[in-house]
Design a protein around this ligand. Structure first.
Ligand code: MN
Length: 231
């Protein structure tokens, strides 16, 4: 057995609906600009005929469970919510074809891809990495994992409210690249592993929160997610 100079970090994990065992989380992948109306509100429309999806990652250390109260993060004046459907991977796969993509799926969750929008846009426009805008402590919010082995979700309402006021309302049938296409494409770059989470992108209506705000959201037929932001 190895001896460590300080205690190694705990395993990051999420509850699973209906069973007591937890879902050990490995990597966090995020699809950028995967709803046309959101791509347009960001000023970067997507032409699926000529473009491929793109991704960014966040450390598993950024994960926070739905229901948490988190501090408003440092070094931003424009902290944004992004409501997303999350795919939980349960089997390893590399260079998976769209036809086989469902075989990797353990289940789904509802998530928030919290974003320092001011820093993300500076980074984007200067051609710098997005890490400071996206890889934020407590910035990857996730509900319980809902087991739906090998099931493809291709429709269902996705919505978010701040203090009860609707800010985002769309349907996952508007994903530019659907669940099969995302898993297949992402698996060209990474050996997907059990425990990986894929945040599939946010619909239009993203916006800021301030200390004291309560975010609630849901993916129809999957789960609800909530977050409270304090000073
Ligand atoms: Mn996002």
């Amino acid at each position: 057995m190895s001896v460590y100079v300080f205690p190694p970090p705990a395993v990051f994990s999420l509850p699973i609906k209906g069973i007591s065992a937890r879902f050990p989380v490995q990597r966090l992948y995020f699809v950028g600009r995967n709803y046309h109306a959101h791509a347009q509100e960001m000023g970067k429309p997507v032409d699926k005929a000529t473009e491929r999806p793109f991704y960014f990652t966040k450390a598993a250390q950024t994960l926070v469970q739905s229901g948490a109260t988190v501090p408003y993060p440092s070094e931003t004046q424009n902290y944004h919510f992004e409501m997303e459907m999350v795919v939980a991977i349960g089997k390893a796969g590399f260079r998976v074809s769209p036809d086989h993509a469902h075989e990797l799926i353990y289940g789904y969750a509802a998530g928030l891809d919290m974003t320092r929008r001011d820093l993300q846009l500076v980074a984007r426009d200067k051609g710098r990495p997005w890490d400071l805008g996206k890889d934020i402590e407590n910035g990857s919010v996730c509900s319980e994992i809902v087991p739906m082995p090998e099931h493809i979700i291709d429709n269902g309402a996705i919505a978010l409210e701040v203090n009860g006021v609707t800010k985002q309302s769309s349907d996952v049938n508007k994903l530019i690249w659907n669940v099969r296409e995302i898993i297949a494409d992402l698996s060209l770059f990474y050996h997907l592993q059990p425990g990986d989470l894929i945040y599939t992108g946010t619909p239009e209506g993203v916006g800021p929160v301030v200390a004291g705000d309560r975010i609630t959201g849901r993916v129809q037929g999957v789960a609800e997610v909530a977050l409270e932001v304090r000073a």
